[in-house]
Design a binder for this molecule. Structure first.
Ligand code: SD4
Length: 341
């Protein structure tokens, strides 16, 4: 055995031991197709839509696109699509990305008045040599590709939330809110009067019948954010990452913290090292705590992961993050993610 083979063997046995030691709750054997979405309430509905494609042996990339569009089209959703909460200037700006099993990806950020940003992200992936398009350029691209410019108006619930927010903020930046370049606006999940959660970004990851992985993530971002602020959701490696050899991961919660540690990429890399999806998510949350020890009680971050074996898991910083899993065996199982705090 030469040196390289010895090193490879040691590396593999290390990963094997890590898997044995750390493997946590997950499906026992390959259970594909399978689809998972952040936040059970909307995630289960979106999963069911994605399932229509998956059970027909359709591609995971098509399934996730169709799935998250359910949330984008939900005018009652506080945090996804044009019905979502606006920024400080009263404008809804959307962030979205998609990634397939070939590591092709596309995303849009700070996109206004386009109903389905995930479809625009897919068009960026398939029709341009680029990955990310933003703002008016992204909107222009969308219009050139047949998307319609929607009316510039807020949903009733977003208008109400914005009016309430304006009362307190008096339309001034909150003191020190941008201190150190970090916006520490609290993002602890909270049940709203209409029974919905104030967090609803949808991150969806899936494996199709062919064993290929894909993912999508879409959001209106942090409510009442500074104009031009972009979170983790359209950033490949932060809000979403797919490596067809290893697994897929997505994130929700305080985007700044997720970007800082390249969260979804980090989760996939932990899975590559042999950690179970749940433990990989936990380790990414631990990294966030290590890098940002302050304010962790006032914000939420949740990760969701799926590996190539069809095992899945999630982990959150604080209590309250749940997700939905659908496969032939699991009919939109609700999982309350474990949490560190
Ligand atoms: C963001 N990560 O814009 C998103 C927000 C989110 O549930 O996930 N909310 O930072």
């Amino acid at each position: 055995m030469n040196r390289r083979e010895v090193i490879k063997m040691l590396g593999l046995s290390g990963a094997f031991m890590a898997t044995r030691k750390l493997s946590l709750a997950s499906v026992a054997s390959k259970d594909n197709p399978i689809v998972l979405s952040t936040w059970y309430g909307q995630g289960s509905v979106a999963n069911s839509k994605a399932w229509e494609t998956l059970e027909q042996k359709g591609a995971a990339v098509d399934a996730v696109e169709q799935g998250v569009m359910i949330s984008e089209n939900d005018w009652g959703n506080c945090c996804v699509g044009l019905g979502g909460n606006p920024d400080r200037d009263g404008k809804v700006t959307l962030d979205s990305c998609i990634m397939n099993h070939k590591s092709e990806c596309g995303s849009v950020a700070f996109l206004e008045r386009i109903k389905n940003p995930i479809q625009v992200a897919r068009a960026v992936m398939e029709k341009t040599p680029h990955v990310l398009m933003v703002g008016t350029g992204a909107q222009q691209f969308a219009l050139e590709h047949g998307f319609k410019l929607e009316e510039d108006k807020l949903s009733n619930h977003a208008q109400e939330a914005y009016t309430n927010w304006l009362k307190k903020s008096e339309y001034k930046p909150i003191m020190n809110i941008e201190k150190g370049g970090v916006i520490h606006q609290p993002m602890v999940p909270k049940k709203l009067e209409n029974g919905k959660w104030n967090h609803d970004t949808i991150g969806m990851i899936a494996m199709d019948a062919q064993g290929n992985l894909s993912g999508a993530c879409t959001t209106s971002g942090m409510g009442f954010k500074m104009r031009g602020r972009v979170g983790d959701s359209p950033i490949i490696g932060a809000g979403l990452y797919v490596d067809n050899e290893v697994g897929a991961a997505t994130a929700t919660g305080q985007g700044e913290e997720v970007i800082r540690v390249s969260g979804s990429f980090l989760v996939v890399e932990f899975m590559r090292q042999g950690y179970s999806p749940e433990m990989a998510c936990r380790k990414a949350v631990e990294r966030i705590i290590k890098k940002t020890p302050n304010n962790i009680n006032e914000m939420q971050v949740g990760f969701l992961a799926l590996n190539k074996k069809g095992e899945y898991g999630g982990y959150a910083l604080n209590k309250g993050f749940d997700f939905a899993v659908k496969s032939n065996r699991l009919d939109n199982k609700k999982v309350d993610a474990k949490h560190i705090k």
